[in-house]
Design a protein around this ligand. Structure first.
Ligand code: UT7
Length: 330
């Protein structure tokens, strides 16, 4: 019998831009108020990448540089970069390629993965499979989104939720039984009507008409997305626990996608987890799409202990959703 090595996260890095966009700033831009936003979403402020000429790759590079420094890693040792994003620098080439160039990872191949808010989980699972196969030993998985580049700041239904940021992890073969244990990932393309960008793809190439109709901005029909998200994220997390004979008592941390505090509450409840075991930073970063989960790991890194059971859970555009069980490796 061949022993396959598990894949372990061995370092975390993160980056959020300095500029804060508070609920009070938004009050001056659209018909909303701080009390509504906080009670409906849990968000107080989000970060916005304002500098001209800066894109998703620049935030990803900052997150990755922290990892390279922490691990004293030569970028030439990196074999693969997987970038989860829906706000690539350009339609092509991939943002992963641009990141590789900017950090000097000349020996790495890379590609982008598009799964919206579940992007980091899908990318983590993909990267882990490369490690488990024995083919690669050092993979960077990054979740990054510059949501401010696709948000209509006159649309109060979307502009209050989203923010910019990047989070990255290094994946290496596990030295023991810790690392990624199991994942359940799901997609349902019929959800495309509720959360999308209508133009700029091959269906509706950019034209003066699409720009005038604001079809290059993210569109979200909040209520149906909310309903699917509450059910999807809670169901898949419960399914993952059941499949692996785990209960809430076994779990040290739930690491949920940060879309709305009420969705997080529902998932924690369903798993039988008290809120002390749930990572929540939505109040200060908002919904950074592919970056929310690695940014939680970044904020909580110093509190994590070797062997801790973590459940990472997400729901987002597509629809895409999933949950991943990790035994923390350091
Ligand atoms: O990240 C990936 C996936 N995304 C999500 O998971 C997000 C899921 N959706 C949501 O989080 C919520 O649907 C939102 C936060 C987007 C909206 O919250 P909601 O509780 O679903 O609000 P609603 O759309 O049902 O609107 C309730 C009321 C409406 O007024 P009436 O019709 O009751 O008079 C809206 O017009 O609140 C009004 N409203 C606002 N009021 C102040 C909508 N947006 C705002 C606003 N400020 N920004």
């Amino acid at each position: 019998m061949t022993m396959t090595k598990k894949a372990a996260i061995t370092a975390v890095g993160g980056y959020v831009p300095e500029t804060k966009l508070t609920n009070f700033d938004l009050e001056k831009m659209v018909d909303t108020n701080d009390e509504w936003i906080r009670s409906r979403t849990g968000i107080s402020e989000r970060r916005i990448l304002r500098e001209p000429g800066k894109a998703s790759s620049d935030m990803a590079v900052k997150a990755i540089e922290e990892i390279l420094k922490k691990k004293q890693l030569d970028p030439l040792e990196i074999e693969c970069i997987i970038c989860a994003t829906v706000t690539p620098d350009m339609v092509f080439p991939s943002t992963a390629n641009i990141i590789g160039d900017k950090i000097g990872a000349k020996n790495a191949f890379g590609f982008d993965l598009s799964a919206a808010c579940s992007g980091f989980l899908f990318a983590l699972s993909t990267g882990a499979s490369f490690i488990e196969s024995g083919r690669y030993k050092k993979i960077l998985v990054v979740g990054v989104d510059k949501m401010s580049s696709i948000i209509d700041y006159t649309d109060r239904a979307t502009c209050i939720i989203f923010g910019d940021g990047a989070g990255a992890v290094l994946l290496e073969p596990s030295m023991d039984e810790n690392g990624l244990q199991d994942s359940i990932l799901k997609s349902d393309g019929s959800g495309r009507d509720y959360l999308n960008i209508k133009a700029g793809g091959s269906l509706k190439p950019a034209s003066i008409e699409t720009v005038m109709a604001k079809e290059h901005y993210a569109f979200q029909d909040g209520q149906p997305v909310f309903k699917f998200a509450v059910k999807g994220m809670a169901d898949v997390s419960a399914e993952l626990l059941e499949k692996n004979n785990l209960t809430g008592d076994d779990i040290a941390w739930l690491v949920p996608h940060q879309a709305n505090l009420r969705i997080i509450d529902a998932t924690a409840n369903r798993m039988g987890l008290p809120m002390e075991k749930v990572m929540i930073n939505i109040q200060k970063y908002g919904n950074t799409t592919a970056a929310t989960i690695p940014l939680c790991l970044w904020d909580w890194e110093s509190q994590l202990k070797k062997g801790d059971n973590l459940v990472l859970a997400a729901f987002g555009g597509g629809f895409t959703w999933g949950a991943t069980w990790i035994k923390w490796a350091y």
